[in-house]
Design a protein around this ligand. Structure first.
Ligand SMILES: Cc1cc2nc3c(=O)[nH]c(=O)nc-3n(C[C@H](O)[C@H](O)[C@H](O)COP(=O)(O)OP(=O)(O)OC[C@H]3O[C@@H](n4cnc5c(N)ncnc54)[C@H](O)[C@@H]3O)c2cc1C
Length: 483
């Protein structure tokens, strides 16, 4: 590094921004001036542990998707977050503390339990189709979307069963799996999810687990390694000016309150939703990058937590309830916004806090609705599938609001039909691209949507932050220290 300390401004204190800051600080120490500007009043971004009805809940990221070799798992371990932070003394319970439940009750509209043989058949079919997608073995036939491929698979299965009378619960069970797939991928319609790109997506091997001490302990651990003044909250960036004339810092970061900060490098980590419509650049980003931002998908997932009344008559714990809605047998009282939800289940066995996930259009509706309207809709759904069972009454709700929050404008990214992993690489490419006289690496891009194989996850976000820190360290001839 030269005599003058380079100044690196990081926009966003989510896990990617904090990972970049920590890596730079750990490897370059006082040789680099690092400051993280965060629009919100907390760090962590789409990682946000909170409490509802006495339980620990995750408003955003919930699972570590595979723990073998996972850097996020390793940080959670170092942070001491893999054991409950009170060692269970306060009796605080957390989301999916008992792992993923295997004993679900699947009811069809009207209340009939869907037969085990139907569930096994359809679940095996769905898993088989997903394996084909993951291996890229989807055959020919011009299919471009996951939705079209899955439906073709189901139709072929039905055609092969032509001797057997059509069982409507098979169709409903298949649709239920499709709804779960929408949640994992955040797409409103699986017809917009690119088929070819799915085979590039990677998870770490091993168990998927939630974080007993709360997921927020991960970004907190990263932030704790930084000097206290390195993170500035409540500083919303409105414009990133770059390619300024020679002889001064090439980047100027403008804030909503009118302040301006000069820098040698800016690492932009805001969500793809914010890049699509919330942050300005001058000069504008190159066409190729703008096209990539436009083509990649950014979906909305809303988590709805519900508290069950304490002294309801039912003494039976609320089941892990999956609902196979049937378009042909609509029970009028069940609202449309709940019809593409796969399950309503306690956050752990025996909990009085229930959780349902919503995606796309319904997620946006749930974000907007009044609490009472949501509760009425959930009670109507219980009534529509109860058939004499008692599910109890909901007394209060809490939902995430990622879509309407201007700091996120959605939940996580996906590869939409018409885009590809090349767009993720294009998004990740630093600016300026050309070898012009203006200094290199003025704007770098990190964040989950910039990771070609682990997008949509905390893993992708974390690794993208490390990637951009290492890019700068290489530029200045520093060794990455592996921290
Ligand atoms: C409901 C939900 C469930 C999820 N479940 C999982 C899961 O189970 N497992 C998993 O691995 N991942 C999950 N994810 C995805 C995971 O949370 C994200 O991929 C990851 O946290 C993104 O981190 P990031 O640093 O890229 O972005 P962010 O966390 O979005 O960080 C960007 C930061 O930039 C800030 N910002 C925005 N605009 C500005 C501005 N103008 N000026 C300054 N700062 C700004 C934001 O406030 C934010 O703090 C989930 C996400 C959601 C929403």
């Amino acid at each position: 590094m030269g005599a003058k300390k380079p100044r690196v401004v990081i926009i966003g204190a989510g896990i990617s921004g904090l990972a970049a800051a920590r890596r730079l600080h750990a490897c370059a120490g006082d040789h680099v001036d690092i400051v993280v500007f965060e629009a919100g009043d907390r760090i962590g971004g789409r990682i946000f542990t909170s409490e509802f009805a006495g339980a620990r809940v995750e408003i955003g990221a919930t699972w570590i998707h595979g723990i073998d070799g996972s850097p996020v798992y390793e940080i959670a371990r170092k942070a001491g977050a893999l054991i409950p932070d009170d060692h269970g003394e306060s009796g605080i319970h957390w989301e999916r503390m008992d792992g993923f439940p295997s004993d679900s009750l699947t009811l069809a509209e009207g209340g009939t339990a869907v037969s085990t043989s139907v569930l096994h058949r359809i679940s095996a079919l769905f898993s088989h189709l997903k394996d084909l997608i993951a291996s890229g073995d989807t055959g020919t036939g011009g299919m471009t979307s996951v939705g079209a491929f899955l439906r073709r698979g189901f139709n072929s299965y039905r055609a092969s069963q032509k001797e057997i009378a059509v069982d409507w619960t098979e169709e409903a069970a298949f649709a239920m799996h499709e709804c779960a797939e929408r949640t994992y991928t955040a797409v409103d319609d699986l017809e917009s999810l690119d088929l070819a790109a799915e085979k590039e997506y990677l998870e770490f091997p091993g168990e998927h687990m939630t974080v007993p001490g709360g997921y927020s302990r991960v970004p907190e651990f990263l932030a704790a390694a930084l000097p206290p003044s390195a993170i500035r909250l409540g500083r919303a960036v409105s414009l990133v000016e770059w390619r300024r004339s020679a002889g001064c810092e090439p980047v100027r970061v403008h804030f909503e309150d009118g302040a301006v900060e000069p820098a040698d490098h800016a690492i932009v980590t805001v969500s793809l939703g914010v890049l699509k419509s919330g942050l300005n650049f001058s000069p504008a980003l190159p066409d190729a990058k703008r096209r990539a931002i436009g083509r990649l998908g950014f979906g909305l997932v809303t988590k709805l937590f519900m508290e069950l009344e304490k002294d309801d008559e039912s003494k039976i714990p609320f089941p892990f309830l999956r609902i196979a809605f049937d378009p042909g047998r609509r029970i009028a009282c069940i609202p449309d916004w709940i019809r593409r939800t796969e399950s309503i289940c306690p956050i752990h066995r025996g909990s009085r806090v229930l959780l349902a996930w919503f995606v796309g259009g319904e997620a946006a509706e749930v974000e907007k609705m009044e609490d009472e309207e949501i509760i009425r809709g959930v009670h109507a759904t219980f009534a529509g599938v109860a058939d004499g069972r008692k599910f109890g009454r909901i007394t209060g709700v809490r939902r995430s609001g990622w879509g309407r929050d201007p700091r996120f404008l959605g939940s996580y990214s996906y590869v939409a039909v018409g885009s590809s992993g090349d767009d993720q690489d294009e998004l990740a490419a630093p600016l300026p691209r050309d070898r012009s006289p203006s200094p290199p690496l003025q704007i770098l891009f990190a964040g989950e949507a910039t990771h070609r194989t682990r997008y949509a996850t905390t893993h992708g976000a974390y690794l993208s932050g490390v990637r951009e820190a290492d890019r700068l360290l290489r530029h200045y001839g520093c060794q990455s220290c592996g921290s």
